[in-house]
Design a protein around this ligand. Structure first.
Ligand code: SAM
Ligand code: SF4
Length: 355
């Protein structure tokens, strides 16, 4: 029965993609939801003051309403994150609601509670676990405390025992810029995928992150990632995106905004992948606000579905966004939704997305 429901949801997704391409009708094809603002860690670079919160703002009932609305509109994939999503007692129910409606569901976690909750996640048919790993053991401990590295390794092993695919997710900063070799080898040894991210960028230069990599550091890292992927290491994201990030022509920013887009448009060797954040994907925070993407969250105006209802929150996702960007995840999504054949073949052949 679940397989049939999945096929039906995939067909809805396909039809809606066609409508988007032909008539520009937006729909939330891929959605990330922060299900809580609470967290059991306090990572220094984390983009929200999560640990300040003591209660979840969005109730189970509100989340079920959200999931049902997304299903109705043809959403194919939902990522649950936070805060730490495994702190929610109802996480199994939430995942089950998503997968029971034929949508794929990944959960991003710091793995502190993963062994304890793994049965529940398996039972709910979670599609993928994204486990954060901030570099080698020492770098990870520095950010996330003494027990956290062991928890990541135990979490990966528990996921394997339950046959749940895993990706380890690493945010690259000045502190861990030398970690790529260790991370990709660990990913290979453990039979998991490796996902890299950059620190999000603030629109206001006075909020700039001191730990951001320089352009030179970024290019050296991209060369390494591209070489490892060529050698068959399990690095997620397509060659097209790795090259896109490496060739990114805008100096001093990973965002292509009205003010700096000319630098990219003048570069004849650079083919822009247009951003579809807010049209085909959205990031919903733990207060229910709909942002175009995680990078822009908190930086433009947004509405909460819990206050104004789904329709209004979705219709009023902020439009004042960028034209493209060189963040791994967002660029990959933009490329996939632009239906570039090369990127799709790369993703399908990586077997990261299970049928
Ligand atoms: C916000 S956390 C939520 C899930 C879970 N608590 C965890 O740590 O995996 C999701 C991912 O966002 C990453 N992240 C946090 N702050 C970030 C920032 N400022 N820029 C880029 N990624 C960030 C984390 O490292 C983690 O991999
Ligand atoms: S564990 Fe996740 S949500 Fe918590 S502080 Fe670290 S990155 Fe942020």
């Amino acid at each position: 029965m679940r397989t049939l429901i999945r096929y039906y949801q995939d067909v809805k997704f396909g039809v809606n993609m066609l409508r988007y391409k032909l008539y520009g009708h937006r729909f939330p094809a891929h959605v990330a939801i922060a299900v809580t603002n609470r967290c059991n860690l306090k990572c220094p670079y984390c983009f929200y003051g999560y640990t300040l919160y003591k209660e979840d703002k969005v109730t189970t009932r509100e989340l079920f309403y959200l999931i049902d609305e997304l299903c109705r509109r043809g959403t194919a994939y939902i990522n649950l994150n936070g805060g730490e999503p495994l702190l929610r007692k109802d996480i199994g129910e939430i995942v089950d609601r998503i997968t029971g409606k034929g949508m794929r569901c990944s959960v991003s976690t710091n793995a502190i509670l993963l062994e304890d909750r793994i049965e529940e996640l398996k039972k709910a048919n979670v599609s993928v676990l994204n486990i954060s790993l901030d570099g080698n053991e020492e770098q990870h401990r520095k950010n996330r405390g003494d027990i956290s590295y062991a928890k990541v390794i135990k979490g990966i092993d528990a996921a394997h025992r339950h046959d749940i695919p895993v990706a380890i997710c690493t945010v690259l900063t000045k502190d861990n810029k030398d970690c790529v070799d260790e991370i990709v080898r660990l990913a290979k040894d453990k039979g998991v995928y490796s996902i890299f991210h950059f620190l999000y960028e603030r629109l206001d230069p006075k909020d700039a992150e001191p730990n951001q990599l320089t352009r030179e550091e970024e290019i050296a890292i991209m060369d390494k990632i591209i070489a490892y992927k060529k050698q068959g290491y399990p690095v997620h994201y397509s060659d097209r995106i790795h090259e896109y990030i490496k060739k990114w022509p805008i100096q001093g920013s990973r965002l292509m905004l009205d003010g700096n887009a000319k630098q990219a448009k003048d570069d004849k060797d650079f083919r822009i992948i247009p951003c579809v954040a807010g049209d085909l994907y959205t990031w919903i925070d733990a207060n229910g606000k709909f942002w175009p993407c995680a990078v822009l969250s908190g930086q433009v105006n947004a509405q909460s579905f819990a206050e104004v209802g789904f329709e209004k929150a979705w219709n009023e996702v902020p439009k004042n966004r960028c034209q493209s960007c060189s963040f791994f995840h967002q660029a990959e999504m933009n490329m996939l939704f632009s239906l570039e054949i090369r990127g799709w073949l790369d993703i399908v052949s990586s077997k990261f997305i299970r049928p």
